[in-house]
Design a protein around this ligand. Structure first.
Ligand code: NAP
Length: 518
């Protein structure tokens, strides 16, 4: 987006950098320049000096343009380009404007005839899927001059994205189909898998020109866009929210390390069994999506276990125990396996620093993560004492966990916080205290629950599930008192490593992952 003529030089430099970082084409969004000769002159410079073949787009306000306060003079701009003999590789005109504005059509026709310039006919709907989508497409493809058809709409669920893939696959010519906003991110990443012509990326973060647009760096580094082909297997991180999940970065980096042809994309699905069931069923039914696995997060872990059980898939013993799953594997014959790697995320790091059997653990928190941890710890023979702000929830957790375990297990709720004379071998934080953006980023759960700092000594392990930041108030207290510490990245990496092995059959590159987390 070039805001005014003064910005031309910086825009050319940004495009040059994008070319070096793998862009193949640059779209000059000149919405605010399409008014007078100074703006037209800036457009000519952009096209002439463009480091890559370019698309020229002056988007009108009704379709998301940013030419506030001016009525764009597109015929004037196109004629000034023809006169100067400066022709972009493509010019983008909205289909509605093309049909309704005769003067625009004539001027654009002159531009198309002045050199190797193709017409992109486009349609954008910022409310949702256009009701007459099929008719709009027919109208666009029927235009004699059209080279490329572009259809973009605001997705209301990830099912819209699947329709965008179908449009591209069934198109009679080069097509761009994009779903905007968070439910459409996968259309921006996976377009190459379905034969879409291109995807748009911003030159940097905070420079996007449409909702949900990714940066060039994200497309290249997080999603390895250029490596995605029709045979690439698709994985998702499914939950709500998932926009800031680190799973795509970790798994995509891992896939690249071990030479596995896969890509993980965010798949936001709003809370509720019905939305989960409908979204997953559509993805599994989609013939060419080739969904191979999911990392499922809040609020759908119980839903995943239920879905796989209802369709006759396999639940691992840990899923049976926890009643929740965070991993789906779709086997080559289409059958489903649900696993729960969250407990392993707690157990694997702990095993590395202490014997779990017969140890006494203070578990702070009674949410979903605490429940999985409690079950895992009890299965390994630990004694667990739960401390939590809300007594009811903690009592419920104890009751639920006891009902799920076959053997007599040692788990109880205790009010207040852990005290020094109780002989704890480890303190595990499974509350959201200490978490950036959480209820108390500067607060330690030990202080909040009324525990004693003397619990923390050099014979005690302190494990904090919070991983943003790694140095939480609790971890700092533990370090000050000489305790052994495990930070939240250890848990995140351990559970992800087991997912990775399930999907690829290979070990995750733990060193590379650890440095990504840092
Ligand atoms: P959750 O179900 O929402 O449970 C939140 C817990 O935090 C509850 O025990 C809640 O107590 C407690 N809590 C919230 N605000 C509090 C406050 N102001 N004072 C005292 N206690 C408070 O969350 P979750 O899914 O179990 O996740 C818990 C933590 O684990 C999160 O920080 C999450 O990021 C982390 N986690 C990390 C990983 C990893 O891989 N490292 C994986 C999963 C989860 P009440 O019952 O009284 O509300």
């Amino acid at each position: 987006m070039v805001e005014d003529p003064v910005g031309v030089e910086a825009a050319l430099m940004a495009a040059g950098a994008a070319a070096q970082n793998g862009a193949n084409l640059v779209e000059w969004r000149v919405d605010p320049l399409c008014e007078d000769e100074a703006g037209f002159c800036a457009c000519r410079t952009l096209i002439e000096q463009s480091p890559l073949p370019c698309i020229l787009t002056c988007r009108i306000q009704e379709e998301g343009g940013q030419a506030f306060g001016i009525e764009p003079d597109r015929p004037g701009l196109f004629r000034s380009l023809v006169t100067a003999g400066v022709v972009p590789r493509y010019v983008d005109v909205e289909s509605a404007a093309w049909r309704s504005d005769r003067e625009l059509r004539i001027a654009a026709g002159e531009l198309l005839g002045a050199g190797e310039c193709g017409l992109i006919l486009s349609s954008h709907d910022f409310e949702g899927r256009p009701a007459d989508l099929a008719r709009q497409l027919d109208v666009m493809w029927a235009e004699d001059d059209v080279s490329i058809v572009k259809m973009a709409w605001r997705a209301r669920s990830i099912r819209d994205s699947l329709e965008a893939f179908d449009l591209v696959e069934d198109a009679g010519g080069p097509m761009i189909a994009i779903c905007m906003d968070r439910f459409g991110v996968m259309t921006r990443v996976l377009t190459g898998k379905f034969g879409g012509l291109l995807t748009f990326a911003s030159p940097g973060s905070d420079q996007e020109t449409a909702p949900g647009q990714l940066s060039l760096q994200q497309l290249r580094d997080t999603y390895r866009f250029d490596a995605i082909t029709s045979s690439t297997r698709v994985f998702g991180v499914l939950g709500d929210p998932v926009e800031h999940s680190r799973s795509p970065l970790l798994h995509n980096t891992g896939f690249s390390h071990v030479g596995f042809d896969g890509v993980m994309v965010p798949m936001p699905v709003v809370d509720g069994w019905e939305s989960f069931k409908a979204s997953l069923a559509c993805m599994l039914d989609h013939e060419t999506l080739n969904l191979s696995g999911l990392a499922v997060t809040t609020p759908h872990k119980e839903h995943l276990a239920r879905f796989v059980e209802e369709v006759g898939g396999t639940l691992t013993p840990m899923v049976h125990r926890c009643g929740a799953a965070n991993t789906l594997a779709v086997l080559p014959d289409g059958s489903l396996v649900a696993d729960n790697t969250d407990t392993e995320g707690v157990l694997a790091p702990l095993r590395g620093v202490m014997p779990i059997k017969d140890s006494k653990i203070a578990l702070l928190g009674a949410g979903g993560a605490a429940r999985g941890a409690a079950i895992g710890l009890l299965m390994e023979g630990a004694e667990v004492v739960v401390f939590n702000r809300s007594e009811d929830r903690a009592m419920e957790l104890v009751k639920d966990v006891k009902s799920r375990m076959d053997d007599a297990v040692s788990i109880e709720y205790q009010s207040g916080g852990p005290q020094a004379d109780e002989g704890f071998d480890a303190v595990i934080n499974m509350t959201t205290l200490g978490m950036e953006g959480g209820p108390g980023p500067d607060r330690s759960p030990l202080d909040e629950l009324g525990g004693s700092l003397d619990v923390l000594s050099d014979t005690v392990v302190v494990f904090d599930a919070v991983y943003a930041p790694l140095q939480t108030p609790l971890i700092k207290q533990a370090c000050d008192r000489g305790a052994k510490v495990l930070t939240g990245d250890a848990m995140f990496l351990a559970q992800a490593a087991r997912q990775f092995r399930t999907w690829t059959g290979q070990d995750a590159p733990m060193d590379a992952w650890a440095s990504l987390m840092r």
